[in-house]
Design a protein around this ligand. Structure first.
Ligand code: ADP
Ligand code: MG
Length: 494
């Protein structure tokens, strides 16, 4: 069964198909329909073999998987763009670290929206409680994925620059399947006898890199018997890759998986605020769940989160870093002079700023100007609340209608407005379960992974590790690997 989004997508796809030249011609040679079918079958088989899969159903004892949506070929990316995005990762991580440790700044950013955003207020209350009490654990561990889209800087698209979509500091996913793709696309190019240098499809080390972060955080806890707790929802396989990464580095480290409902029953505290789950002391809490209001149906879930935050376990991330990853912070950081509060190096400031598109608050004295512009030309903007996980942003008519509704009300403080990135369009064949394998005009989104370990007074580790590329039809507003709308991809560096 298709969702409404997918049905719309199918309609548009049929309208589009006739216009798009088959991408195979860019990669070696045209294919007959029979050869194309064979190619798709072999490449998706190869993807499954490499672990590029997603879970579609699961019961307690049984899982069904299918290949995750992929592109048939890699997508061309200027080598400078990848280099720049990767090189900025540690500066962005330092920036988030400094924001999260600047209580006054956090207060200034969030004060206007707490009365109109109940979920953020709940997280804020947890943050205030632990800030006032002082940390039971000095060490903070963060995994990030900084997302960009590419914009052409010249008419013909020959030069591109990366523009930040957002930085994810909570439950950043996709590192596992991303690693599978290099091999898949090297294979598809080989099937086409298309010549390429190995480094044009660069190796991706995100699992090993992030797993090293987990192991280092675990070591800092200094108790060899303590476990790493993965806080998960019942049905997503991505974090297993990380468990395997940890296992390969140090088999003595135990990883346990628990859902919120399980933790509500099994969690307790030992002396010195030790976090105990089912008898085991927890060294590191790695959250892959807990970013959406629906994850907290009752007060018990907020109490649970507060308990974990207060504990001596190392959190990935702390609630402060979770909040520092909010879109509101991103918007304020783009205001004149704000980066200077956190970074001394003017070159770094310039580079970071060059990745920003216009970001606007809606509650300033002069906001009515930008609000009017967005109502008149909604296709140029995206309207975003303080939410993660996809599906919450507004585009086009929805943006216009909602902005009309809230433009005078206090509610508007909970949202930010962002210029819509005019992403560089290219072509690829999208292989999505149930949606065929048509050749489409597409745009790509590049995510850079990294981890950061710190205490309030010093940065202990700041590492960039690997990438994720997702590609979606150019007309799609949002993507989403889990929803099967965007496709896993690989950069083909030129
Ligand atoms: P979430 O936290 O829900 O993932 P994002 O800010 O990452 O929210 O937006 C979700 C998706 O919407 C992005 O992956 C991207 O495809 C699209 N998107 C977000 N902001 C922009 C923008 N400024 N221009 C173009 N597309 C955007
Ligand atoms: Mg996102």
């Amino acid at each position: 069964m298709y969702s409404d989004v997918q049905k719309d997508d199918l309609k548009r796809r049929n309208a589009d198909m006739s216009r798009v030249k088959p991408v195979e011609e860019d990669y070696g040679k045209p294919l007959t329909p029979e050869r194309l079918d064979e190619m798709i079958q072999r490449v998706t088989g190869w993807a499954l073999l490499n672990g590029a899969q997603r879970k579609i159903t699961a019961t307690e004892f049984r899982e069904r998987v299918e290949p995750v949506a992929i592109t048939l070929f890699p997508s061309i990316l200027p080598v400078d763009v990848l280099r720049k995005a990767k090189s900025l990762q540690t500066s962005f991580q330092t920036l988030i670290y400094k924001v999260a440790n600047d209580h006054e700044f956090m207060k200034e950013c969030f004060s206007g929206l707490l009365s109109v955003d109940a979920f953020t207020k709940q997280l804020w209350d947890i943050y205030e409680t632990v800030t006032n009490e002082g940390p039971a654990q000095e060490v903070s561990f963060t995994i990030t994925r900084n997302d960009f889209m590419m914009e052409s800087t010249e008419e013909d698209g020959a030069k591109q620059d990366c523009k930040q979509v957002e930085i994810n500091t909570f439950a950043a996913s996709g590192c596992g399947v991303a690693n599978s793709m290099v091999d898949v696309h090297r294979y598809s190019l080989s099937l086409q006898d298309f010549p390429f240098e190995e480094e044009q499809l660069p190796e991706n080390n995100s699992i090993d890199g992030l797993a090293q972060g987990l192991v280092k955080a675990w070591q800092l806890y200094k108790n060899k018997r303590a476990v790493i707790l993965f806080v998960v929802e019942p049905c997503t396989p991505d974090h297993r890759w990380l468990e395997r990464g940890v296992y390969r580095l140090d088999r003595s480290i135990k990883v346990i998986y628990r859902t919120f409902p399980q933790l509500i029953i099994q969690m307790s505290f030992g002396e010195n605020r030790k976090l105990i789950v089912d008898g085991a002391e927890v060294a590191v809490v790695y959250y892959r769940y807990g970013y959406a209001p629906k994850h907290y149906p009752t007060d018990a879930e907020f109490k649970l989160r507060l308990g974990m935050e207060r504990s001596r376990a190392i959190k990935c991330p702390t609630v402060a870093v979770h909040l520092a990853g909010c879109k509101k912070i991103q918007q304020v950081l783009a205001e004149p002079g704000v980066l200077e509060r956190f970074i001394d190096d003017t070159d770094v400031i310039k580079d970071i700023r060059s990745t920003f598109v216009g970001l606007y608050r809606l509650d300033a004295k002069d906001s009515s100007k930008i609000i009017t512009q967005a109502i008149q030309t909604p296709e140029r903007f995206v309207l975003k609340p303080q939410r993660e996980g996809g599906g919450s942003n507004l585009f086009g008519d929805d943006l216009r209608n909602y902005l009309e509704e809230i433009k005078e009300s206090p509610e508007r403080s909970a949202w930010i407005l962002m210029d819509r990135i005019q992403a560089t369009r290219h072509r690829n064949r999208l292989i999505r379960a149930g949606l065929g394998s048509e050749c489409r005009n597409v745009v790509s989104e590049l995510g850079i992974f990294g981890f950061h370990i710190s205490t309030p007074t010093s940065e202990l580790e700041n590492i960039e590790c690997g990438y994720l590329i997702r590609t979606k039809p150019e007309e799609a507003n949002e993507g989403g690997l889990c929803k099967g709308l965007s496709c896993l991809d690989t950069p083909f560096l030129v």
